[in-house]
Write a protein that binds this ligand. Structure first.
Ligand code: NDP
Ligand code: 8X3
Length: 251
């Protein structure tokens, strides 16, 4: 049966591939992102599909609620929300990191995700049906140098996903926190603020995950029977493992 799927961060990476996967499978998709040219490009690419684009900054609370209220009637009853919009800014250790970068990550990864969830949840609760995918990260599970606030925003996303599950008990609404590792998208280009050479070097000599891998996982989970809820799904490229503990010696 055709579902209505809203994906934030649809202009690149995981979001773009998730839109494509659901749209090509015959679902109605609402693609949300800030860059209008990228949204238009996606719409043209999927011109045979049922897709509606919304240019929106998820940090803008009023704009989020207005956009959801103003959706065309045939897109209103959202079945699947993919809370994917997000970013890391900088990889400096805490003393050198910019407070402004920390604020942007909190406003986008935490507050933006909350606004989208709050705007869409009532219609899911009313219909006692729905599926929310939140994009967490391995950075929310495992600390690394320079991961300070980015990782913390993703820990928030994980705990919020689990708490949502508790609050939504009895509503039949599913929630999954997807926790990817190293993935080649625009993520590092954004993190390193347009230093594409540095961004690309991150993935040299290894096979990272790509947008399609994550889209595929989200799509697959969405196909599971309604009585099955995957709470969290941590996924890494095979080439990536843990670094272990680090010790500073005096000598
Ligand atoms: P990309 O940079 O390729 O995509 C990020 C998307 O988020 C873009 O479409 C961007 O669109 C959108 N976005 C950013 N800020 C806003 C905003 N304020 N309002 C609306 N949309 C916004 O990165 P990924 O696809 O890799 O990242 C997707 C999610 O996955 C993020 O939450 C990220 O933290 C997470 N993640 C990424 C990993 C990786 O290694 N790549 C690993 C684990 C998790 P636009 O600029 O047009 O608004
Ligand atoms: C992105 C994964 O490890 O680069 O969330 O922070 S990592």
């Amino acid at each position: 049966m055709s579902k209505i799927v809203l994906v934030t961060g649809a202009t690149s990476g995981f979001g773009r591939e998730t839109v494509k996967m659901f749209a090509k499978a015959g679902h109605k998709v609402i693609a949300v992102g800030r860059r209008l040219d990228k949204l238009d490009e996606l719409k043209n690419e999927l011109n045979d599909c049922d897709i509606c684009t919304v240019s929106l900054d998820v940090r803008d609370k009023e704009a989020v609620f207005t956009a959801i209220e103003s959706l065309p009637s045939e897109y209103k009853n959202i079945d699947i929300l993919v809370n994917n919009a997000g970013l890391a800014l900088g990889l400096e250790k805490a003393p050198d990191a910019l407070l402004e970068d920390w604020e942007i990550m909190i406003d986008t990864n935490i507050k933006g995700l909350l606004y989208m969830t709050k705007a869409i949840l009532p219609t899911m609760v009313e219909r006692k049906s729905g599926y929310i995918f939140n994009l967490g990260s391995i950075a929310g599970n495992w600390p690394y140098e320079g991961g300070n606030v980015y990782g913390s925003t993703k820990s928030f996303v994980q705990q919020f996903s689990f708490n949502l599950r508790n609050d939504l008990k009895g509503t039949n609404i599913r929630v999954s926190n997807i926790e990817p590792g190293f993935s080649k998208t625009e993520f590092s280009n954004v993190r390193f603020k347009g230093d594409d050479e540095k961004a690309n070097a991150i993935y040299d000599g290894m096979q990272p995950l790509v947008g399609e891998d994550i889209a595929n996982l989200i799509f697959t989970l969405s196909q599971l029977p309604e009585h099955v809820n995957v709470n969290s799904l941590e996924v890494m490229p095979t080439a990536q493992t843990w670094a272990g503990f680090s010790i500073e010696k005096n000598t």
